[in-house]
Design a protein around this ligand. Structure first.
Ligand code: FAD
Length: 381
């Protein structure tokens, strides 16, 4: 393998997923160059089966970097929250917030495609394998293999946006013992731009309007997820129907995929000239669709701090301090929902029913939950 002379980049971002690309484009909008690096080929993202619920706030940020995939986005006008075999339900309606929608549902591949379309041709080193990262006082050196060559890139700031981390002693992992089985189904009657969040003892079941279909996130203990993955289409629809109830009828299920679920929280976001953002900083349960909405706020805030204050390593601490409330609050919010709703314990079921009823009858509580979905941390007083 040939070795090329050392190269320089002011900012190197490892991971050209939606969060890494957002950071690159937000920096570019402020006149700051950065280089993206990804181990996959660009078209690999087109195979991602996820659909993401994006908040109104995320739409506004994406619009500022001309990356809002408007034609691929389905608005959510109402959200219906309930529990299986229990009383209490709440309905959140966009009209109460004077917004065109509470949020939007977009396929991961369409979001990634809209961001990638804004990148310059030399913005990303694709199919690059990081071999080594060496921290230093003045710069970080990243050694990598790319197109048959060994390259070394010295950078003033190294941003990690590699997505969900593997084993890493700096990351606390709390397993939910749940897997998400995802799939698209056709409802009758139509979805009417309504999203459903239904809590069951197995885990939350989410139905997100997407085009004419629902994108389903069916959360189950691992053994039940094995069974659901192995079912033929008719048996799968019957299982979904049993979990959801009979208010809508489902048909024509698309291919199924599964994701094991755990809360992964990185203790510290900064180490010298390195910083961690997006899923690599925090990976949350998909309930209430917070993950990318939080990651885009990471990217945006980091770009703002660096554009305002310059690339001094000390600015990373300013960034980390500014993200504490949002990331801890979002992790706590989703974690509490999953843990208090995913069981069949009688007294808790009663408390949950009363909670849902209270949300419905007590507008300030409902507004708090709705604003968390719409704006994230800005919901806090
Ligand atoms: C079932 C499910 C449903 C979800 N629903 C929602 C939702 O409704 N709303 C929401 O906001 N969020 C949702 N999420 C979370 C959302 O998918 C993530 O928060 C989001 O994809 C994180 O983006 P990211 O760019 O940080 O990471 P990723 O999307 O994982 O991208 C990481 C990139 O880094 C690259 N990479 C990884 N390792 C390396 C390496 N060593 N070297 C070079 N490149 C590397 C990868 O190839 C990839 O391109 C959901 C997640 C799941 C699993």
């Amino acid at each position: 393998m040939t070795e090329t002379p050392p190269e320089h980049a002011d900012i190197l971002i490892i991971g050209a997923g939606p969060v890494g690309m957002t950071l690159h484009l937000a920096l570019a909008a402020g006149g700051q160059k950065s280089l993206l690096l990804d181990r996959r080929a660009p078209q690999a993202q087109q195979g991602d089966p996820r659909a993401l619920a994006l908040s109104h706030g995320a739409r506004q940020l994406l619009e500022q970097i001309n990356s809002w995939p408007s034609r691929a986005a389905t608005p959510i006008e109402t959200i219906h929250v309930s529990q299986k075999d229990g009383f209490g339900r709440t309905l959140i309606d966009h009209q109460e917030y004077a917004l065109p929608a509470l949020g939007y549902v977009v396929r991961y591949r369409d979001l990634a495609g809209a961001l990638a379309a804004r990148l310059a041709s030399d913005a990303v080193l694709s199919e690059a394998e990081v071999l080594d990262v060496t921290p230093g006082d003045e710069h970080v050196t990243v050694s990598l293999r790319h197109a048959g060559q060994r390259r070394r890139i010295q950078t003033r700031l190294l941003v990690h946006a590699e997505g969900t981390p593997g084993d890493d002693p700096a990351v606390k992992v709390s397993d939910y013992d749940q897997h998400a089985v995802i799939c698209e189904v056709t409802p009758t009657p139509g979805h009417n731009k309504r999203a459903w969040e239904r809590f069951t003892p197995d885990g939350p079941l989410a139905l997100l309007p997407l085009g004419d279909q629902f994108s389903i996130v069916f959360t189950l203990p691992p053994a039940k997820a094995d069974a659901v993955m192995a079912m033929d289409d008719d048996t799968f629809i019957a299982a979904l129907q049993a979990q959801f109830g009979q208010r809508l009828r489902f048909a024509k299920p698309g291919p199924r995929s599964r994701f094991p679920l755990a809360l992964r929280l990185r203790d510290t976001l900064v180490d010298g000239r390195e910083v961690w953002i997006g899923n690599t900083a925090q990976t949350l349960h998909p309930v209430s669709g917070q993950g990318f909405n939080l990651g885009i706020r990471d990217a945006w805030q980091l770009a703002e701090v660096l554009l305002r204050n310059g690339l001094d390593a000390g600015q990373l601490a300013t960034y980390a301090a500014s993200r504490r409330l949002d990331r801890r609050g979002s992790a706590f919010f989703t974690d509490q929902i999953v843990r208090s709703f995913s069981n069949d314990f009688g007294p808790l079921k009663l408390a949950r029913g009363l909670g849902l009823l209270a949300l419905d009858l007590f507008p300030p509580a409902r507004h708090f939950v709705a604003k968390r979905m719409i704006w994230g941390a800005r919901a806090w007083p």
